[in-house]
Design a protein around this ligand. Structure first.
Ligand code: ADE
Length: 294
């Protein structure tokens, strides 16, 4: 059964895999940038930004040497701006300690500051063709459905993802799982009729009696709050305002609080600003009650 799934998915990917620019390079730095961007941002928004970012900072050394404020500026409009700070720190670390070379092994990549398991595995596989499972939420969902009967206590999706990895084909296999998860085996209303794995899939949420769907809905598809009410929304607005400053300029905190619409909730505003400062995204002058990019 596993062999059939492997063959069907790889064949589907050869025909229907998306032509994405980061699949045309094996430059570990370029792949790292793409994976950090793709973690929280959709493919179509990442595509142009990835190219722009690499034009601005073509190598890991260029990124490490750039002022942090410029990196934060060039991260717009992707959001989750802390990723820009982490990437910059990581680049500096690799230049200082590793002579500018990203390591090839997932365990070594994992030891770099700010690199989680997902990104470490993605770089190891997509740049160095290491045989590792690259499991993001899409891949987790696909594997969880196709092999729903094999997952149980003590045997999670991650262990299974590693077990089903086809020898010598980790790159295509992992990219294929991502494409299937993004275009066919989507969270709500999966397109099972178009799925190459449909004959072998145990889950088939589109046809099942609803058991699997009920189980999934508890974890994954909970109602989310309106974006405009979230901390992330306000954090983004504050960083956007700081980005718009020119060099040497400051932004008064009171004016900023008003501008982002938090005049009625100054406690929350102060907490958000402190959080951004802790994350290295803004520099706050406490005495002058003003801020700018770091
Ligand atoms: N999401 C995360 N990594 C990706 C990749 N390499 N291709 C497409 N979508 C992704």
């Amino acid at each position: 059964m596993i062999d059939e799934v492997r063959a069907a998915l790889l064949e589907w990917y050869a025909r229907h895999g998306r032509d994405l620019p980061w699949r045309r390079t094996r430059d570990p730095y370029a792949i790292l940038v793409s994976e950090v961007m793709l973690q929280q941002t959709q493919v179509e928004r990442v595509r142009p930004k990835w190219e722009e970012f690499l034009e601005a900072f073509p190598t890991l050394r260029d990124l490490a040497a750039a002022p942090l404020a410029e990196v934060i500026r060039r991260w717009a409009p992707l959001g989750y701006n802390q990723r820009a700070v982490r990437l910059h720190r990581l680049a500096a670390h690799v230049v200082e300690r590793l002579d500018g070379e990203l390591p090839r092994e997932p365990s070594e990549l994992r030891r770099l500051p700010g690199l989680g398991e997902y990104t470490a595995n993605a770089v190891a596989c997509f740049a160095f063709e290491r045989p590792v499972a690259v499991v993001d939420t899409n891949v987790e969902r696909v594997i969880g459905r196709v092999f729903a009967d094999r997952i149980g206590a003590g045997h999670g999706v991650r262990a299974l993802a590693l077990e089903v990895l086809p020898a010598g084909r980790a790159y295509d296999w992992n990219q294929a799982l991502m494409d299937l998860g993004a275009t066919v085996c989507i969270a709500r209303s999966p397109r099972c009729l178009l799925c190459p794995l449909q004959p072998m899939c145990v889950g088939q949420p589109a046809r099942s009696d609803g058991l699997l769907r009920a189980a999934e809905s508890r974890q994954e598809y909970r109602a989310t709050p309106r974006f405009e009410e979230t901390d992330r929304y306000y954090r983004g607005r504050i960083v956007d305002a700081a980005r718009a400053l020119s060099a040497g300029e400051w932004l008064a905190l009171d004016q900023l609080m008003e501008a982002v619409g938090l005049r009625e909730d100054s406690g929350r505003f102060e907490r958000l600003v402190s959080g951004l400062e802790r994350d290295g995204l803004v520099f706050v002058d406490e005495v002058g009650r003003r801020l700018r990019l770091p």
